[in-house]
Design a protein around this ligand. Structure first.
Ligand code: ADP
Ligand code: MG
Ligand code: MG
Length: 575
């Protein structure tokens, strides 16, 4: 290995290891994150969404501040704890024992503390104190909780959504009474101060840059680190001249806008978008574990074992479900676009071909990668969500077989021939496929979109993932391959351990010197007209990822110890 590569890797690995801890932060980090005076932030209140569903249920910092606010009032606090317990119950869908225990805890919220009867001087004030739930829950809802809890104790597979009705009622209480007083409290002032920090302009000084990780169509992708927090990201550059030369302005903006809308643990997130003199920059979730193509062909030739295939397929299914619910077609599923993180969780990346459907109307357009495009795209017909289920079929096939269904790796074959195979040939299944894996791939690779798995469900077209989720490949175990049923809610909550974990000391990318250099772009000049487009791109931090960064890197916990301008101390949120 060349010395240059060794140095680049060492510096990068060191930064990665310190990432998220104090070591990665700049010495002056508190200067970067200095709260303005509260009066300066008040105007923000008029510019942002201040609904409960946004501030408390979507914004990570809003959620924490609200929880802390509620803990200072016993009724609000108990209501929060009740909802948290139900959430915990829902995400434990693979553990009957845990569910039984949690169901008991949930019912216990309505047990009236025993009055000491023997006591000859009962404190009458206690007897009359209303329980926290009397103002919130109807008699009926309380009965539901108690009886549901009893049912759970006798079931071998306790059902989901049992506590939905009381959940909604308690949530409505918090969203109304508690939220109104939250908005009057210092906790909300602090929220606005965080929003003010979040909305500051972002430029190249916000980050430190590290080694190149890969090469994109319009520029390099390298690792970077936020100076203030120490958090590591991937920085994807779109060189302005290259974008202009290829008239890719709309395309680039499309990628940025779709990324910014998506907040899923199974799709790469956009944390910042900014510009430099020469480039537009997308700052994305850093995926250290390399892409599936690298794993499949460099590390595991011959294919993954079934447990690993099931895990990847399930996480990608959740990623696609999220995109489809936002009415977004991804259109570019293939192994190199699926990236692994430090723990082995996978995310869909490169949303360059993604498109938003208007009112679920099918669209036209021959885009994608040869060998992965669905027959209806190849035939230039109108298409919809089904093309992504086809793409998933190709991917699952490739993970099992170690080669794609319609094209051998490095096979010299004309595009026309591959397209003919896609339209006409039945893909072949070797003994590597179990029965369940074969029927899954067969279903996904149905040539007719109307009969394809993921498209046959009556009802909402964007909910096709539900049809996959109940396929035996996901719901049934297999003793010969060690496959187990997928606990979907637990998986969605990020609580399932991946079957494969990347080596934390390895760099799953080509050597820096093997990544081709870009040629210089000739014959393009940037002028004032381009600024209009750059301005639309240069929007700075993206709210949810930015707030998560503040929380994960403990900037949030440390800064919340500071006194508010009013002289009050905001309590330590992570004691
Ligand atoms: P393009 O749209 O121009 O093809 P990509 O988004 O596919 O660009 O990125 C190019 C390469 O950069 C990828 O193949 C991968 O090696 C690397 N890369 C992209 N995004 C990330 C990321 N989030 N983390 C780590 N590496 C990445
Ligand atoms: Mg790409
Ligand atoms: Mg792209």
């Amino acid at each position: 290995m060349e010395i240059e590569n060794i140095v680049a890797n060492t510096v990068y690995i060191k930064a990665r290891e310190s990432g998220g801890q104090k070591k990665g932060k700049s010495k002056k980090w508190k200067n970067y994150l200095q709260f303005p005076h509260f009066m300066e932030c008040r105007s923000i209140s008029r510019e942002i969404d201040i609904s409960y569903s946004y501030v408390i249920e979507k914004q990570p910092i809003g959620k924490l501040l609200f929880q802390e606010f509620c803990q200072s009032n016993s009724d609000y606090g108990t209501a929060c704890n009740f909802l948290n317990k139900i959430d915990e119950y829902e995400t434990n869908d693979d553990d009957a024992e845990a569910r039984k225990r949690l169901a008991k805890d949930i019912a216990a919220f309505f047990v009236i503390p025993a009055q000491s009867e023997s006591n000859d001087t009962p404190s009458s004030s206690h007897v009359d104190t209303p329980q926290w739930y009397t103002a919130i829950l109807e008699e009926e809802a309380i009965k539901t909780v108690t009886s549901s809890s009893e049912i759970v104790q006798n079931e071998s597979e306790p059902a989901s959504d049992l506590f939905l009705a009381p959940y909604k009622l308690v949530r409505a209480f918090l969203a109304d009474r508690a939220f109104k007083s939250f908005l009057e409290s210092p906790y909300y002032h602090r929220y606005l101060q965080w929003k003010w920090l979040e909305r500051r302009p972002v430029d190249k000084h916000t980050f430190r840059l590290y080694r190149v990780l890969g090469k994109g169509g319009f520029g390099e992708v390298c690792a970077c680190q936020v100076r203030a927090s120490g958090k590591m990201y991937a920085l994807k550059k779109l060189e302005k001249k290259r974008v202009k030369k290829r008239h890719a302005e709309t395309l680039s903006l499309n990628e940025k806008q779709i990324l910014q809308k998506i907040n899923s643990a199974f799709v790469v997130s956009l944390a910042y978008a900014y510009e430099t003199k020469d480039a537009l920059c997308l700052v994305l979730t850093l995926m250290n574990g390399g892409d599936l193509k690298f794993h499949l062909y460099n590390l595991m030739p011959g294919g993954f074992d079934e447990k690993r295939v099931q895990f990847c397929a399930a996480e990608i299914t959740l990623g696609l479900q999220h995109l489809h619910r936002e009415r977004i077609l991804y259109r570019d599923l293939k192994p190199e676009n699926i990236l692994l993180d430090d723990f082995g969780h996978v995310r869909i990346s490169d949303l360059g071909l993604a498109v938003e459907l208007k009112e679920n109307e099918p669209i036209k357009g021959r885009v994608g990668t040869v060998g992965y495009m669905a027959p209806e795209i190849v035939k230039n017909e109108r298409y919809s969500y089904g093309v992504d289920w086809w793409g998933l079929g190709c991917l699952i096939y490739e993970m099992i077989e170690g080669k794609a269904p319609f094209r051998q790796r490095k096979e010299k074959v004309k595009r026309e021939e591959v397209e003919r195979r896609v339209k006409e040939d039945q893909e072949k299944y070797s003994e590597k496929f179990t029965e369940a894996a074969r029927t899954l791939c067969r279903g996904l690779l149905h040539k007719e979109p109307g009969f394809r798995l993921g498209c046959r469900r009556v009802g909402k077209a964007e909910e096709g993932a539900e049809e996959l989720k109940v396929h035996p490949f996901f719901t049934h175990g297999d003793t010969t391959t060690g496959r187990e049923p997928v606990p979907w809610k637990k998986l969605e909550a990020g609580k399932v351990n991946p079957p494969f974990c990347p080596d934390p000391r390895a760099v799953y990318a080509k050597d820096v010197l093997d990544i081709e250099q870009f040629s210089t772009v000739k014959g393009v000049r940037l002028d004032a007209n381009d600024n209009h487009f750059y301005e639309k791109f240069n929007t700075g931090s993206v709210s949810i990822p930015w707030q998560n960064e503040m929380i994960e890197t403990e900037c949030y916990a440390e800064l919340n110890e500071i006194y508010l301008p009013t002289g009050e101390l905001v309590p330590d949120l992570n004691p």
